[in-house]
Design a protein around this ligand. Structure first.
Ligand code: ZN
Length: 277
């Protein structure tokens, strides 16, 4: 049994503030070890539950956050940027039986600690076939296309609630309770590690790969906080303006859908000016 862990940082234990997840800050240096503790607890739990292999895919920002030297020696980690499937890279090779979303968070425009979808600020909403989408929901559709179930989600309580919408069967561990975008009641890493390890051990039994599902086409709508970002995004082939600050596109598969989404966010973020947005 092989498990893929997609590890994002905003939903990690103790994290509530932009500097906590911004590479290079002293706060990020401190929070890296709590993030690593969450991921390592999941690794230990999956091996407890019978996994033979656990691959961690770093999914936050520069994708260089976790402390490799603190991880259980049975795990392997994919570090660094520029990967075909970004946050769920590794799921496409036909050998993964279950995926865990560790440190996930609510989507753009939702309540939740550091809620966003890909871009921290500039995207105010994403919809997949009319349903408001978090990164968890988008990535769950990608992995489903490869026949792989999402078996475990950790994050704040809002991210866990959101996960009921895309992975109702999966185990969920809230490591903190949302108070506002920048505030949460946090549990200690010692406590959350115990909870995550126990949940991962149970979640291993849900890791059963099935026939790849074909459920497209997928229409993705993206709303920005500024008009010129919508205009900029239309340089991506197939992306059309649907409103003053909105674009949409339709892809036959989620593989294409998430790759086009990556192109849209990359172009839009390049169009953001420091002072006026
Ligand atoms: Zn994220």
């Amino acid at each position: 049994m092989k498990i893929l862990i997609s590890a994002d940082m905003e939903g990690a234990t103790g994290v509530t503030w932009p500097a906590d997840v911004l590479p290079g800050t002293p706060q990020w240096e401190r929070c890296r070890s709590m993030f690593t503790s969450d991921v390592n607890a999941a690794v230990l739990g999956f091996f407890d539950g019978g996994a033979d292999e656990v691959l961690i895919n770093e999914a936050h920002w520069t994708m260089r956050n976790l402390l490799l030297e603190e991880l259980d020696e049975r795990a392997q980690m994919l570090t660094g940027r520029h990967k075909s499937l970004s946050m769920v890279e590794g799921v496409q090779h036909g050998d993964v039986d279950g995926v865990a979303f560790i440190g996930y968070h609510a989507g753009a425009g939702m309540e939740g600690v550091l809620a966003h979808t890909y871009l921290a600020n500039s995207i105010t909403g994403v919809w997949l076939n009319g349903v408001r989408a978090s990164e968890g929901l988008l990535n769950a559709h990608v992995v489903a296309e490869f026949g792989v179930p999402v078996v475990l989600i950790t994050g704040d309580d809002v991210a866990c609630e959101d996960a009921f919408g895309y992975a109702p069967e999966a185990l969920k561990v809230a490591v903190k309770d949302h108070v506002s975008r920048y505030a949460a009641v946090c549990r200690t890493p010692a406590r959350t590690a115990v909870d995550i390890r126990a949940a991962a051990a149970k979640a291993a039994s849900l890791a059963v790969r099935h026939e790849p599902a074909e459920s497209g086409p997928f229409t993705v709508a993206v709303e920005f906080d500024a008009e010129h970002l919508a205009m900029a995004a239309t340089v991506v082939p197939g992306v059309a303006r649907t409103g003053e600050r909105k674009v949409a596109y339709t892809s036959p598969t989620m593989y294409e859908g998430i790759r086009t989404f990556k192109a849209v966010t990359t172009i839009a973020s390049a169009a953001v000016e420091e002072q006026y947005g």
